[in-house]
Ligand binder design. Structure first.
Ligand code: 5GP
Ligand code: MN
Length: 344
């Protein structure tokens, strides 16, 4: 069953339960923070920012981790807390006193770490996906929040943890990432008010934005050139709203000596296509396996399409893992896009 917070956000009882779960931890408690596989700025930023806050509360035995390959984009490796809080998944406490999950809409996003929901003494979930399945025990899930870091900051405030520059840096990266640098619809007055509180700690938004969004290896610049050069526009797709798409193979990455994570921002260069409501990037992860990113300008709810195809996400940004050849995966996307618009 979905938690009550699935549509309305956390209740006062939810907040009280979360605060109590942290406050009642014994001095030697082991706390494990987990964010979703292939972590992005919101996943890592909300997790590390909250972790630094917990440390200020005196929590000493504290680990942060995520499932899958232990690789993080260079653009996020400098985050405060990265070196001293993050551990590989294999080293994560097997039975922590408290587990806290960040930015994961479903248990599947926790990969091999999902068992901690059962082995931990208490399980707290911080998230902002409307599609959150209600896993875990205490739910701070607010689909109206622009980023999971909005929820993390409120919990820190309710725990009376003052914001310092390191915590603020992590939370700011998370907020800037999920609002597309304060450009998306979710950029409410509350988002700017939170950004103001974070910037008031003395952090430098210009430096942060350049490191997170505007820095990539030259090989990646050239790789983008090739992959964008093969983009295709299909104006008839999505019941005439238009689809633009491209793909990148493991061979492309190898030729330019690039890591898979450099492709995470590729969708942003594709989705600006004026003639298409929907943009799609297929990123090969293995033979016949593709990580698919989808974006919509508004006519199509891409989370609906991604969910039908085994993934999930938000109305304007969603994804799933597609199996088979790129053309096959694209065929399934096209079929679902038409269905999503005609309501069938
Ligand atoms: P991105 O395209 O940036 O990888 O992901 C956009 C959004 O889609 C993410 O915030 C996440 O909510 C969702 N998403 C992406 N890939 C998957 C997936 O494989 N499974 C699920 N459940 N959600 C995904
Ligand atoms: Mn998020």
């Amino acid at each position: 069953m979905l938690p009550a917070s699935a549509s309305t956000g956390p209740t006062e009882d939810d907040w009280a339960a979360a605060v109590a779960a942290v406050r009642r931890l014994p001095a030697d408690a082991r706390v494990l923070l987990i964010c979703h596989v292939n972590p992005d700025g919101d996943a890592l930023g909300s997790m590390l920012g909250f972790g630094l806050g917990l440390r200020r509360l005196g929590v000493r035995r504290l680990q942060a981790t995520f499932p899958g390959p232990p690789e993080v984009p260079e653009s996020l490796r400098w985050l405060p807390g990265f070196d001293d809080l993050l551990v590989p998944a294999v080293d994560a406490y097997p039975d922590p006193d408290l587990v806290v999950c960040f930015d994961a809409a479903s248990e599947s996003r926790l990969g091999e770490l999902v068992d901690r929901l059962d082995t931990a003494g208490e399980a707290l979930v911080l998230d902002h996906h409307a599609s959150n399945t209600g896993f875990g025990r205490i739910h701070l899930v607010d689909p109206r929040a622009a980023a999971t870091s909005v929820v993390a900051e409120e919990l820190l405030a309710r725990l009376d943890v003052p914001l310092d520059a390191d915590t603020a840096t992590c939370l700011y990266v998370a907020l800037a990432t999920d609002t597309g640098s304060f450009r998306f619809e979710a950029t409410t007055p509350a988002v700017h008010q939170l950004a103001a509180r974070l910037i008031a700690t003395g952090i430098r938004p210009g430096d942060i934005s350049r490191r997170v969004f505007d820095t990539r290896p030259f090989g990646a610049v050239r790789l983008f050139g090739e992959v964008l050069g093969r983009a295709r526009l299909d104006p008839a797709a999505a019941a005439g709203r238009g689809l633009v798409w491209t793909y990148a193979t493991l061979d492309d990455l190898a030729r330019y000596e690039q890591q898979p994570y450099v492709l995470e921002s590729l969708i942003d260069s594709v989705r600006c296509t004026a003639e298409a409501d929907v943009a799609c990037v297929l990123k090969q992860v293995a033979v016949d396996e593709w990580a698919v990113s989808m974006r919509s300008k508004g006519a199509v709810d891409v989370s609906r399409v991604a969910t039908v195809l085994g993934g999930g996400g938000h109305r304007f940004a969603a994804g799933f893992t597609g199996r088979g050849g790129a053309d096959e995966v694209l065929g399934r996307i096209r079929a679902e896009l038409d269905g999503a618009l005609t309501g069938s």
